[in-house]
Design a protein around this ligand. Structure first.
Ligand code: G1P
Length: 289
């Protein structure tokens, strides 16, 4: 379990334009779902797979991410002295993890952000986690992808069916699904619904092999003038198979306002402290209408 994958890359340099004005000066990765920032859900998912090296690709206005994963000595002491042990445990849980930060100087796209991680990743397979795709920890998506990777020893991409009208928001793949795994025949970044090869969308979890870096190094800008990971994967497909892993659910597009609200409601309803009073509140809200 997870023995083959030790490193995870978190592209976090995006501008978060779908969530303005909240993301004008604060990173979108720090938006909380209930009480944890989006990026922490992704980090915990990776820890759960045995990953122990974390590479975060940052940009302007992203300092809060570094502070969040740093030790907070003063706060820790205050909690310790105040006997707030539970809270102390919660904020120090990830203290032993080492994070490497690489600054992407210009927002040239997802493919370029991943390329920036090359010196830290070296010559081994690695996970990529896009933290605005929040995944319910009960679904163990990354863990299952690592298991698929261990069998196929080639890149594995998370996919999910989306309404056909939304294909222009995702990388869309072509191929036939068999038992949850698909050998990908083609992909296209954010196609117009008219031209989409399917409604199977790429979700922000990837297991990649290090040969992607040679492709990314030469990758020309694609959709939106950005260096696209999808385009690099298309080129890589000429050399080796790439697999899609159909997730069973539990994914929220928390970089989008509606998806964010859905995640907030569902995660609150799973939170032991909040579930009962929040359910009562929702019931009262709806019966009043
Ligand atoms: C990126 C990828 C896209 C993928 C999506 C998943 O797009 O380019 O292929 O479907 O993540 O969240 P972005 O959401 O960064 O525009």
């Amino acid at each position: 379990m997870g023995k083959g994958i030790r490193k995870a890359v978190f592209p976090a340099a995006g501008l978060g334009t779908r969530f303005l004005p909240a993301t004008k000066a604060s990173p979108k990765e720090m938006l909380p779902i209930v009480d944890k920032p989006l990026i922490q859900y992704g980090v915990e998912e990776a820890v759960d797979c045995g990953i122990d090296q974390f590479i975060i690709i940052t940009g302007k206005n992203k300092r809060a991410i570094e502070d969040h994963f740093d030790t907070a000595a003063e706060l820790e002491e205050k909690l310790r002295n105040g006997g707030k042990d539970e809270m102390l445990k919660e904020i120090t849980r990830l203290n032993k993890i080492d994070f490497a930060y690489i600054r992407q100087r210009t927002a040239l796209g997802l493919g370029h952000a991943i390329y920036c991680a090359r010196p830290f990743v070296g010559n081994e397979a690695f996970a990529v986690i896009l933290s605005d795709d929040v995944i319910d920890p009960d679904f163990k998506v990354l863990k299952e992808m690592v298991e698929v990777y261990e069998k196929v020893q080639s890149p594995v991409i998370a996919i999910q069916e989306v309404p056909k009208s939304e294909t222009n928001r995702y990388g869309i793949i072509d191929g036939e699904l068999q038992d949850g795994v698909i050998k990908i025949k083609g992909m296209v970044e954010k196609p117009d619904p008219k031209n989409a090869p399917s409604n199977l969308a790429i979700i922000g979890r990837y297991i990649l092999t290090p040969d992607i870096f040679d492709v990314l190094e030469k990758q020309k800008p694609g959709k939106g003038g950005e260096i696209q990971l999808t385009d690099a994967l298309i080129s890589l497909m000429a050399k080796r198979p790439i697999y899609g892993y159909k997730i069973k659910g539990g994914r929220y597009d928390a970089g989008d306002k509606l998806g964010y609200l859905m995640a907030t409601v569902d995660f609150a309803l799973k939170n032991s402290e909040l579930a009962d009073p929040f359910r009562e509140f929702l019931k009262a809200r709806f019966s009043a209408k």
